[in-house]
Design a binder for this molecule. Structure first.
Ligand code: PLP
Length: 439
């Protein structure tokens, strides 16, 4: 039998696997757990990405969050090109760094000062060091299923790629690096209080994804974030909101604004860079003044505050802030999509559920209500892979993991959402027919 001709993505993946571990520079991109070869992308516009074989997909990954305006926004692109013409990097201060810091500090009430870094991982790692330096305490509390990047002390019960691969931590992380990381149950304030009581005067901070989006999307239950705020205040620990996903997405002021909770420190990534590699951490002035060269907590970066990255981030933030009304539009579009999916699930009696908030959402293939990590893990990942393949065959690119979020952008129009719903209904009908023929 003649061998089927490989497409260009398959050829590229074969080449990649020889020189890049697993063929990818970040594990979830490998599509390992959905049993497929990832599409290699060569272009994008608005809600679409184009692969190297010339196929066009509606994209619900949006670079895992940064492309909230849609792909290849012309104003952001112009800012990048204009800035790049002056040089790519100087290793000295630039006006753009001041401008973006002022822009954020003037508009986000809980950010008095901010430090730019190059990724979400770096932002969180630095914020944790700062919390320890400021409080003089070592232990930290995180939540099972929350992901805060890949720094050693946070690879404990982590969501995202680790959850996708079914591993709770990583090889190569010495016990000493995680011995001060305590893991609590998301949405269970009693589990946090127990840790505070058992480790009196030892907890430097609680770090939380205010809306969990790395075990699939799991919103906080009423009172949970407020409870964290009260416990941190009571036990003199800092509350860190990891807003790498939610920052400038749920609202300009992120989850802190939506839920009306004031964290002591906040970490950003993704949207803040407009698609360029940027992260940041910021917060109360007395805490941020502990950072070097002003204070004793050391943190540095050769490319931090890179002018091209700052130009992209600032251009995107300005568009978002000047059009703040669009957050309501984005949420209304997202409600149409996610509530539509829920209704289809009900109508076809599928064992699935949809969690969503603002433009973030996930379909979980379980009929349990998903409120934490252990419940999320009961989802049927085989069924997820079937759904993923179906959507892709119909030119829709959703996250290739049960435990990652879908990201809507402002470029996802009504027609696109309707096409997505029609496709989801076709999937649901196929599954219902298969389930019934198996009975
Ligand atoms: N924090 C959260 C909540 C994230 O979702 C991520 C990445 O997805 C990170 C931190 C790490 O960011 P990065 O991948 O830019 O290092």
């Amino acid at each position: 039998m003649a061998e089927q001709k490989k497409n260009r993505s398959e050829v590229l993946m074969e080449r990649a696997q020889k020189v890049i571990p697993g063929g990818v520079n970040s594990p979830v991109r490998s599509w390992q757990n959905v049993g497929m070869t990832p599409r290699f992308i060569q272009g994008s516009t608005g809600p679409y990405i184009f692969d190297v074989d010339g196929r066009k997909y509606i994209d619900y990954i949006c670079s895992w969050g940064p492309m909230i305006l849609g792909h290849n926004n012309s104003e952001v692109l112009d800012a990048v090109v204009r800035t790049a013409e002056n040089g790519l990097s100087f290793g000295t201060p630039t006006e753009l760094e001041v401008e973006i810091a002022e822009y954020i500090c003037e508009r986000i009430p809980h950010v008095d000062m901010i430090r730019m870094v190059n990724s979400g991982t770096e932002a969180v790692m630095s914020a944790i060091r700062l919390a320890r330096g400021y409080t003089g305490k070592n232990k930290i509390i995180k939540f099972a299923g929350n992901y805060h990047g890949h720094s050693d002390c946070l690879l404990v019960d982590a969501g995202s790629g680790l959850m996708t691969q079914g591993i709770p931590g990583s090889a190569g992380v010495p016990e000493g690096c995680t011995q001060d990381t305590l893991s609590a149950v998301y949405n269970d304030i009693a589990s946090v209080e127990e840790l505070f009581k058992a480790n009196k005067d030892e907890i430097a901070c609680v770090i939380v994804e205010p809306v969990a989006a790395n075990m699939g999307v799991v919103p906080p239950q009423p009172g949970f974030l407020q409870g964290l705020r009260e416990l941190c205040t009571k036990y003199h620990a800092l509350l860190i909101f990891d807003e790498v996903i939610t920052g400038f997405r749920l609202a300009f002021g992120g989850a802190a604004e939506v839920f009306g909770i004031t964290p002591d420190l906040v970490t950003y990534g993704k949207i803040i860079g407009g698609g360029m590699p940027v992260g940041a951490y910021g917060g109360r002035r007395d805490i941020m003044e502990m950072v070097a060269p002003l204070g004793p907590v050391y943190q540095a970066g050769t490319l931090s505050g890179n002018p091209v990255a700052m130009a992209a981030g600032l251009a995107q933030l300005k568009i978002l802030y000047e059009n703040r009304g669009d957050y309501a539009v984005l949420s209304a579009n997202a409600d149409k999509l996610y509530e539509g999916m829920k209704e289809i699930i009900r109508r076809y009696e599928l064992p699935a559920t949809v969690n969503h908030i603002g433009s973030l959402g996930s379909v979980f293939f379980t009929d349990a209500e998903v409120t934490n990590y252990s419940i999320a893990k009961t989802a049927d990942t085989g069924e997820f892979a079937r759904y993923f393949r179906f959507m892709l065959e119909h030119d829709i690119n959703v996250a290739p993991s049960q435990f990652e979020a879908m990201f809507l952008s402002l470029a996802h129009t009504d027609d696109i959402i309707q096409y997505t719903l029609d496709t989801f209904e076709a999937y649901a009908k196929t599954r219902r027919d298969e389930i019934e023929s198996d009975l």
